[in-house]
Design a protein around this ligand. Structure first.
Ligand SMILES: NC(=O)c1ccc[n+]([C@@H]2O[C@H](COP(=O)([O-])OP(=O)(O)OC[C@H]3O[C@@H](n4cnc5c(N)ncnc54)[C@H](O)[C@@H]3O)[C@@H](O)[C@H]2O)c1
Length: 430
């Protein structure tokens, strides 16, 4: 049976390589739509967790997982030989940076090599991992061609960037429109048809390079605007102006303005990293992506700026950082999720500890923090506990925190998120 027909009558077997924040919710959607779905991950613990219906991703519930694994519609494995029976596979592996801040596409290369071993007639391969323009052609297509397969005829290849926003109660895999770019027209058509089974709106673009660039435009747009507003926050501080009031007022303009908010620095697996994939690619073409470099410079300096604010705030209370007890509220990189990857909180902890501070944290989503040299447990936010610190720093504005209590009981608060709306002498805003 042709792949098109298998997709339409849902007899196509779907595979998802990489079962993380992106891959697991996607696999769940395919299984919910009726496709026999196999998740493939190198992490045996994740595979075991799925088999025992224990979700490790906040946006997927145990109940949902149990129903899909019990019905046999969703299975997980570390064994990539299952690819020989898969009709359509989506690659959702990480795309981090190397220590030198260059793209590290080893995970994509590894997934590609696995697929190449089992590539077969009519197989559709879609790359979802965020990466620089040209990856689908230069890495995947080149590898599959070297195995003697002809794209658009023997197999199909597309790029479709993931746009998931973990912890977002309004937008999920299903109702977030999805971009598709195929290597050939037939590739785009089949990839569109497949994703239309699980996503409400699929938007085709003319090539895989365009689709790769769409994602980088979206994330660069955010990184640059956050960089701009972080610099505006620094300027407002120097001018003695409340940046939050300025943004709120500017946001009343019904056209031509979109509010972005300052913060302690960028975090997560996307915004601090993805634009650097683009600037790296442009460097190879002798072009310097200036907006990206500047935004990255400003955003990565924010933890140092926050640390200097804490130092000044303590100084006002005749305290030195050295020997001070500081409580960080929130170590996840954004509100209401548990993800600590690239979190600016970790940098702030390190900077404060270098200066001799004693730093504790509280985060209802991260009961235990283990990151390089940092290892400790979350503290309770009680009135007594709050009173025992020289400074409390709101780094992540989780909605679980009681901000009235924090403002009332803490000696000093440095609020990086405008979480405490009341003006008070003991609260210093970013
Ligand atoms: N997290 C987000 O909010 C988000 C949003 C949009 C796009 N993205 C992009 O999606 C991609 C995946 O990100 P994520 O956050 O889901 O990552 P993740 O780290 O949560 O999950 C990746 C999974 O891939 C597995 N893996 C790694 N190499 C593998 C291999 N060779 N074979 C099989 N499994 C392998 C890992 O064990 C892990 O379970 C990245 O390119 C990221 O930039 C992420």
């Amino acid at each position: 049976m042709a792949l098109r027909d298998k997709i339409l009558d849902q007899t196509a077997k779907v595979g998802v390589i990489g079962l993380g924040y992106v891959g697991l919710p996607l696999a769940v959607e395919f299984a919910k739509a009726g496709f026999a779905t196999i998740g493939i991950d190198v992490d045996g613990k994740r595979v075991d967790a799925i088999r025992s219906a224990t979700s490790y991703i906040q946006d997927v519930s145990d109940k949902e997982l149990r129903a899909l694994t019990a019905s046999g519609r969703f299975t997980a494995t570390t064994d990539s030989s299952v690819l020989k029976e898969i009709d359509a596979v989506s690659i959702c592996v990480p795309t981090p940076l190397r220590k030198t801040r260059d793209p590290d596409i080893q995970y994509i290369a590894d997934a590609t090599a696995k697929i190449r071993t089992y590539l077969h007639a009519e197989m559709l391969v879609t790359l979802e991992s965020t990466t620089y323009p040209g990856t689908t052609d230069e890495v995947l297509l080149a590898e599959f061609r070297s195995a003697g397969f002809e794209v658009g005829k023997d197999f199909y290849l597309a790029f479709s960037p993931e746009r998931i926003d973990p912890g977002n109660p309004q937008f999920n895999t299903r109702n977030t429109p999805k971009i598709i770019g195929g290597v050939t027209r037939e590739c785009a058509k089949l990839a569109k048809l497949l994703y239309e089974q699980v996503v409400e709106r699929v938007i085709p673009v003319s090539s895989t390079r365009s689709a790769e660039m769409v994602k980088l435009l979206e994330n660069t747009f955010r990184a640059v605007n956050i960089g701009l507003v972080n610099e505006v926050a620094i300027m407002c501080d120097k001018l003695g102006i409340d940046v939050w009031e300025v943004i709120e007022a500017a946001a009343t303009k019904p056209f031509g303005f979109m509010p972005f908010y300052p913060g302690p620095g960028l975090g997560g697996h996307c915004i601090p990293i993805d634009p650097l994939y683009l600037s790296w690619k442009l460097k190879l073409l002798n072009y310097n992506a200036r907006f990206i470099e500047l935004a990255s410079e400003i955003n990565t300096a924010m933890p140092e700026y926050v640390t200097s604010k804490i130092t000044r705030a303590l100084n006002r209370n005749r305290k030195a950082v050295n020997g001070s007890r500081i409580l960080m509220l929130g170590v996840a990189y954004k509100r209401n999720i548990a993800d600590i990857r690239e979190s600016p909180s970790l940098d702030i902890i390190r900077l404060l500890e270098q200066e001799g501070a004693e730093v504790a944290y509280s985060d209802p989503f991260v009961p235990e923090l283990r990151a390089d040299t940092i290892s400790r447990q979350s503290q309770d936010v009680t009135a007594e506990n709050l009173r025992s610190y020289d400074c409390v720093v709101v780094v992540t504005d989780h909605s679980d925190f009681d901000y009235d209590l924090i403002q009332r009981e803490a000696k000093l608060v440095v609020d990086c998120r405008n979480a405490i709306r009341r003006r008070a002498d003991n609260v210093i805003k970013l």
